[in-house]
Design a protein around this ligand. Structure first.
Ligand SMILES: *Cc1c(COP(=O)(O)O)cnc(C)c1O
Length: 959
């Protein structure tokens, strides 16, 4: 039997426009069919005509069965591995209302503060939690993982120490041997291109007279030991050496936090605050430091400001420090971080409060203490007498093998090091489990468990027990019942606009459908509860998925191999450039260090280039927005002997398929350089052309753009790199995994496959679309952008189009002409909020513009609604131009209008309330209200508050 109608295709659910809509849209575009549009958009010499070699599409139902079966190939063991990753209990109220809720996970990074107060508050809670527990003044809103957070701290202090250009930079960092080995790896990767020398050793033997800029310590250390660093830190400080602590945040509920004895920075992971291990991620790393370093802190910081009516309002602070602004002067390339996971961790603290967190930590410690006393009574040797949750058993090879055999038979995972077995207890472990462990160790020694070993003693030295309070702010003491918690989460969600409300037409960010069937498997225990360093016989399901995804992404990019390790697009850039540097070095050309970067590039490109030790030379763009090929040729020529790479975004950040791209690649190759393609715009390429086809050498993919991982309000993301044969040997390795090339560079992320659990989403996306659905998606993405262009171009000036007048998957409209009306791009962005839309990308890559990217997932109705809003705004602009509306007091300058304004007893604005709030009729059916009026960024940066302010601050604001 053969049934020809395949029934419910995922592609039909993923792609917005219907067949009927397609015809209407083609009419508007004045073109006969979609094939012709694609022919006019993509230069013919770079088109691929062959279908991608990707397995046939599965239906959603088939996929969910498939992924369940794949999950069953993973084994959930009893985990005691620790080393930074622990079992944790995600409170169901957080799991359901945040992690599995598109109202939270489909949000964008909170650049539009007026429609992002919910996640801004949740992130501020996270910062407060981190700053309370670490005892530091200031914390950021998350970094990618503990390893990169430590590397960021190293880089920050290297910069601070060598601020003044001296002859001889202080370039040594001392790293204690108690630091997690995988953190050290990531640090070494980052140190090498910066010429930082990493000196490993025992902190007690460190020569303080030597020239170091910083010291990195683990607290408690990798063996579990809690050392007393108080005197040491004060000596370091006397010598002007910065102290960085990598600390387990939960342990700081019981032990004296480094902030209380003078640390300069404290970094680490918040995974065990309710975020599953997920075979490596995603989880939020934290970075806390002193007030003095606020302008140097990497990543995003949420701060308190006020709106036009002096209401309390949050926004992202100090953005001028970020790579978007500072480009090659930036000290960090971090862009996408781990917002959603930071929000979850912060909520875990909100839900448990000080008492709850303390109890969780105490229970863990008591069970660890029970295990330790039992082991001691059995005659086992522990490496240390003080610990929080981790103990290390000293042992001979013989004993180690015996324990390993016994443990693996019972599906118990420990961490095995040289002559040492490490056991970490977490909040999921019961008394019975700990007793069973002990029984196993008793059996191995043929000993009996004594019954009098239990003592009430704490193994935390009295002098290091925490005495200070934390999580005292009201927010951590209010929402402890599930009803209250559920309502608190919902009240924040209601303030934020996400994809559940409307399209988010952000150019370059590709806010497409994040399908439920792609997201559901991420919470399956068989994927969520796997430790990143679990033995390979327990991770077969993951490895099958990882290899299949590597293969598919290589096929899509036209490359030979793929590394799934980088945790964000910017990390992909950094990793890709490192493989290029390794390639040149291998060929005896280590001196090649010039990176050519077009002026239109995203800020992360120059920032990443500098991190890999390259020097940035900017290439001009012509008036059509294309790379100025003559300028490129001149610069490539001029730097020929030193040319390392060109970084090019394709289609360009101007939304155009440059027809001379192959020529551009050739010029770079002829001068000895390699071509790095920024793949953020891959949504315009999939199935139609590819980086490999264009002759690039390496690209990163933003899986959180093109491949359907949601943005989560600023992360998670994934930035795998795909490379050709030349670069394949250098793909990053990892000390705990068999991954990377045969001449691998060292790890770029803490975990071997980055944030592995969200790879499921991109895998699902590819498997459910199949080759046909993937290429259809690209074609519709291009159609949708060109449809918007066709509808708007009579009223707005569209910048940069291809040779045949077509946009790619995004378009830029220029609003600089309205400057004379006192209207800025920001005014239009804020007015769009009144119409229920998130703004397009503002002023990137050209100042005073809006970059619109609809994606394939939006229907014609939604595109029309957006275009209607833009056209109505144009009428409002005309009213200012004709003098009908006041130049300084109009619907644009006052936008967004809040419900409080509308319902106020007073209305003094020179236009009606309905014009303010209901300019188009669809708004009567479905209205989204900004929760605050326009937020004052400058005020917030001058009066920087980055933790939940005390209640007096609210009162002051009200007064
Ligand atoms: C988003 C983006 C990046 C950075 O990616 P992250 O995942 O945010 O680090 C780089 N280049 C371009 C063109 C982008 O749009």
């Amino acid at each position: 039997m053969q049934i020809t109608n395949k029934g419910d295709r995922f592609a039909d659910r993923h792609i917005g426009p219907s067949k009927e809509a397609l015809n209407e849209m083609l009419n508007t575009l004045n073109i006969a069919d979609l094939d012709m549009l694609i022919d006019e958009t993509i230069p013919s010499d770079i088109r691929m005509r062959k279908e991608l070699d990707i397995s046939e599409a599965m239906s959603e139902f088939e996929y969910l069965n498939h992924i369940k079966a794949l999950g069953e190939k993973n084994i959930i063991a009893d985990n005691y591995i620790g080393q930074g990753y622990y079992g944790t209990i995600t409170p169901s109220v957080i799991l359901r209302n945040i992690f599995q809720n598109p109202g939270w996970y489909t949000q964008y990074t909170p650049y539009q503060a007026e429609i992002a107060q919910g996640r801004l508050e949740a992130l501020l809670n996270f910062q407060t939690m981190v700053s309370d527990l670490t005892g530091m003044a200031l914390a950021n809103a998350s970094l990618l993982d503990e390893g990169t957070a430590a590397a960021e701290a190293m880089s920050m202090f290297y910069g601070l120490k060598n601020k003044r250009a001296k002859d001889e930079p202080v370039s040594k960092i001392f790293v204690d041997s108690g630091v997690f080995d995988h953190t050290v790896e990531v640090l070494l990767t980052r140190a090498e291109p910066m010429d930082i020398e990493v000196v490993m050793g025992d902190w007690k033997e460190m020569d303080l007279e030597d020239q170091y800029f910083a010291v990195l310590l683990q607290y408690p250390d990798k063996h579990g030991e809690i050392e007393d660093f108080r005197n040491f830190v004060s000596k370091l400080s006397d010598k002007g050496i910065y102290s960085i602590f990598a600390a387990d945040l939960l342990s700081l509920a019981l032990i004296t936090p480094p902030g209380e004895f003078g640390a300069d920075a404290v970094v680490g992971l918040t995974q065990r605050f309710g975020v599953p291990m997920g075979f490596g991620g995603p989880h939020a790393a934290y970075f806390a430091t002193r007030e003095d370093f606020k302008r140097n802190i990497p990543g995003r910081i949420i701060g308190v400001s006020r709106d036009r009516d002096d209401n309390y309002a949050l926004r992202m602070a100090l953005q001028t420090r970020e790579q978007h602004i500072k480009r090659d002067k930036a000290t960090s390339n971090i862009c996408t971080a781990q917002a959603l996971l930071a929000i979850m961790a912060g909520m875990y603290a909100v839900y448990h409060g000080e008492e709850g967190i303390k109890t969780i930590a105490e229970n863990i410690h008591k069970r660890t203490a029970f295990l330790a006393s039992g082991l001691l009574s059995l005659g086992y040797d522990l490496t240390s007498e003080s610990f929080f949750d981790t103990i290390s058993i000293k042992c001979s090879n013989d004993l180690l093998t015996k324990v390993k055999d016994q443990a693996s038979e019972r599906r118990i995972n420990f961490f095995y090091a040289d002559g040492e077995i490490r056991i970490s207890i977490d909040e999921t472990k019961s008394d019975q489990q700990v007793r069973d462990l002990l029984q196993m160790f008793a059996d191995i020694k043929s000993g009996d468990i004594a019954h009098d070993f239990m003592s009430e003693n704490s193994y935390i030295p009295t002098s290091l027990q925490r005495s200070s309070a934390y999580l005292t702010h009201e927010i951590f003491n209010q929402h402890h019942s599930e009803t209250k918690m559920m309502r608190y989460i919902k009240s924040l969600e209601n303030k934020d606009l996400s994809l559940v409300h409307a399209m988010i037409p952000l150019g370059s960010c590709t806010m497409k459908l994040n399908a439920a069937s792609q997201l559901i498997p991420v919470s399956l225990p068989e994927f969520a509860n796997i430790h990143p360093f679990a033995p390979s016989d327990q991770t077969k399901g993951y490895m099958e998925l990882i290899h299949e995804l590597e293969k598919d992404l290589s096929t899509i990019t036209g490359f030979a191999a793929c590394s799934l390790q980088p945790n964000s697009g910017a990390q992909g850039e950094y990793s890709g450039l490192l493989t290029i540097a390794a390639y040149h070095k291998e060929n005896g050309e280590a001196h090649r260090d010039i990176a050519l970067i077009p002026s239109s590039a995203h800020g992360t490109n120059p920032a990443s280039a500098v991190m890999t030790g390259m020097k940035v030379v900017v290439v001009k763009c012509d008036e059509k927005g294309n790379i100025d090929v003559d300028d490129l040729r001149d610069k490539a020529d001029q730097h020929s002997a030193y040319l390392a790479a060109l970084m090019v975004t394709y289609p360009s950040t101007h939304g155009v398929f440059e027809s001379r791209i192959k020529e551009i690649c050739k010029i770079v190759h002829d001068n000895g350089g390699l071509v790095y393609m920024d793949g953020a715009n891959m949504n315009a390429q999939v199935g139609l052309t590819s980086p490999g086809h264009i002759n690039a050498d390496v690209c990163h993919l933003n899986l959180h753009k093109t491949f359907a991982i949601p943005h989560g309000g600023g992360g998670p993301g994934m930035g795998p790199i795909c490379v050709n044969e030349k670069l394949k040997p250098f793909l990053p390795g990892h000390i705990y995994a068999d991954c990377g090339g045969n001449k691998a560079i060292k790890a770029v992320s803490a975990a071997p496959y980055g944030s592995a659990s969200i790879l499921l989403i991109s895998y699902g996306y590819i498997k459910m679309l199949g080759a046909k659905g993937l290429v259809e998606s690209t074609r519709y993405a291009i159609l949708n952008a060109n449809y918007i262009k066709a509808r708007l171009e009579e009223e707005y000036q569209v910048l940069y189009t291809g040779e045949k007048g077509r946009a790619a998957h995004e378009l830029i409209i220029d609003v600089n002409p309205y400057k004379s009306l006192n209207v800025t791009a920001e005014d239009i962005a804020k007015r769009l909020i009144d119409y229920g839309f998130h703004a397009p990308t503002l002023s990137f890559p050209v100042a005073g513009t809006l970059m619109i990217e609809p994606t394939e997932s939006e229907s014609k109705d939604e595109l029309d609604r957006f275009c209607d809003a833009m056209l109505e705004i144009k009428k409002e602009l005309n009213e200012i131009a004709t003098g009908e509306a006041d130049k300084d007091n109009n619907v644009l300058s006052n936008a967004p209008h809040t419900l409080a304004m509308l319902t106020s007893d007073e209305w003094k604005l020179p236009y009606t309330r309905s014009k303010a709030a209901y300019p188009l009729s669809y708004l009567h059916q479905n209205k989204f209200w900004a929760s605050v009026r326009r937020v004052d960024n400058a005020y917030g940066d001058r009066n920087l508050i980055c933790t939940c302010p005390p209640m007096e601050a609210y009162e002051e604001a009200e007064a």
